[in-house]
Design a protein around this ligand. Sequence first.
Ligand code: ZN
Ligand code: ZN
Length: 134
Amino acid sequence: MTISGGCQCGSVRYELSAAPERVSICHCRDCQKSAGAPMVAWAMAAKESFRVTAGAAREVNSSGDSFRYFCGQCGTGLYYINETHLPGIVDVQLMTLDAPEAFTPGAQVQTAEQAPWMAHLSGIPAFKRYPGMD
Ligand SMILES: [Zn+2]
Ligand SMILES: [Zn+2]
């Protein structure tokens, strides 16, 4: 099994040789800030199953022993490594997979920092495209 993914501009490409061990959604403040988004979905994979196949991601030390990797061309956040808290693991940003719909998150973590309105999304109007363009 090969699972592929990459950044939005295509400069950085990666592959996983095995399915992610776990998929979860993180609501922590670091994820919010680095993604500029309310949450990030992560696919946790064994480090030996992961390899970058094109380009090279840039590294940023986001806090403590946390390293986030992103495309230096287009800014897409790609993966995360923390050898202290997650030894042997690469956390891949789920939505950068070529077929992210193949995996479903099984848990939400760090909900202590979640945006207060996140729990109520199903209660606000939703449009397939934009209002009036459905
Ligand atoms: Zn890119
Ligand atoms: Zn997080």
